[in-house]
Design a protein around this ligand. Structure first.
Ligand SMILES: Cc1ncc(COP(=O)(O)O)c(C=O)c1O
Length: 393
């Protein structure tokens, strides 16, 4: 399989050149923080410089030089277009964690009400529910889904069996941080909805990574980060709140528009003065994504991920924690080599090949995220080093 024929190599090589990444190093940790193309970086820096140099020229008659007080409809419209929802259903947040907290804090729940999640949540996905449990007597239950997960059906069955009379909320990730599993959120939301359960999807890993159609998924809330896979600056994210259920969520951070019942997205974007330069960076990243073509991006990420998973099978002693079902995998792969720790794999891949993957600790090895700035050759180099390590060299 080595030396995979890549008919799109020329195109993606040019895309890679749009990034400021060092060509001598391979970056495989977009699951933590992606990187910005030059044009996004420059839009942020230019606006920051303008703010520092020319703030005296801001006369308050025209557009704001800060974020926090305006609805920024043009940016929210682009987000709504990408995810198939309405502009007023989109709140601008710092990240997925903020969105999940706004939902957990803003939802009226009483002691004994139950929230269901998985046993593989990121702290940003579960902590707001743990807080809710401690503060309000809500029962937060995490269901085992397996690692690797075997099939979408098994996950659906686990949740359908668990939903009971007291279940009020289903709060699950779209993509699991520690395995890259893409959960069957559409089916799970449909089951929850039939039973009147409010659905919240932790989409920290999805924007710019896989197709997200919020009408199709049918969730009530969806929280995402743009700084991982959408190549936007750190500190940019969104919260979607379905208009039919928006009134159920109280505002957590209140400022001037705290009770705006016409534009719930704006109501939930209230957080005082913020950095507009970052929002302009997000705007540029959305344009970049639309110009590349979202489907082309998702398909490239998936091809790279599938290639990595296929080639890993050549490594003796390999153990893959990502799902066995390829329909549940995209750009995140988690694996180890029996007898080696995640830190050892991370350090050796860096030392020997300048390949930056992320250690997942003692048991679960490393997480390798394949993005549009990666190539099949970089994956080949990873596998060659893994084979050396597996052979004890
Ligand atoms: C599934 C999941 N949820 C939440 C988070 C937290 O993301 P953020 O720090 O951008 O809010 C992450 C980050 O890796 C994640 O993978």
């Amino acid at each position: 399989m080595i030396g995979k024929v890549d008919p799109e190599k020329g195109f993606w090589t040019k895309v890679r050149e749009e990034f400021l990444l060092d060509p001598e190093k391979s970056f495989f940790n977009s699951g933590t923080l992606g990187t910005m193309p030059r044009r996004v970086f420059e839009r942020v820096v230019n606006h920051l410089r303008q703010t520092a140099e020319k703030i005296a020229e801001w006369d308050y008659y025209g557009a704001d030089w800060i974020s926090g007080y305006q609805p920024f409809d043009e940016i929210r419209e682009k987000i709504a277009r990408l995810f198939n929802c309405d502009t007023k259903e989109v709140a601008l947040t710092e990240n997925a964690t903020a969105g999940i907290n706004y939902i957990a804090c803003g939802l009226d729940l009483k002691p004994g009400d139950e929230v269901l999640g998985t046993d593989q949540e990121h702290p940003g996905g579960e902590s707001a529910w743990k807080l809710k449990a401690k503060r309000c007597g809500v029962v937060y239950r995490q269901l085992p889904v397996g690692k690797p997960i075997k099939s979408p059906e098994e996950v659906i069955e686990t949740f359908v069996r668990a939903i009971g009379l007291n279940t009020r909320v289903l709060a699950i990730p779209h993509i699991i941080t520690g395995s890259g599993a893409v959960l069957p959120v559409r089916e799970l939301c449909a089951e929850a909805r039939k039973r009147g359960v409010f659905t919240v999807i932790d989409g920290a890993q999805s924007p710019g990574h896989i197709r997200v159609d919020l009408r199709e998924i049918g969730c009530d809330a969806y929280c995402g980060s743009f700084h991982k896979w959408l190549c936007a600056p750190a500190g940019t994210g969104f919260l979607f709140l379905r208009k039919e259920r928006a009134r159920e969520i109280w505002t957590t951070l209140a400022s001037t528009q705290w009770d705006n019942q016409e534009d719930h997205g704006f109501r939930l974007s209230q957080r005082g003065t913020g950095n507009l330069s970052l929002l302009f960076g997000l705007d540029e990243a959305l344009d970049f994504h639309f110009e590349l073509g979202p489907d082309r991006v998702y398909s490239r990420i998936k091809q790279l991920g599938d290639y990595l998973r296929a080639r890993l099978l050549e490594v003796p002693g390999i153990k893959i924690f990502s799902p066995l079902d390829p329909s549940m995998c995209a750009g995140i792969t988690v694996y180890t080599i029996e007898g080696l720790t995640g830190n050892c794999l991370q350090d050796e891949l860096w030392k020997r090949g300048r390949l930056r993957v992320r250690s997942m600790g003692e048991v679960y090895g490393v997480r390798q995220s394949t993005h549009i700035y990666n190539s099949f050759e970089e994956i080949d180099r990873t596998v060659e080093i893994l084979k050396e390590l597996a052979a004890g060299r």
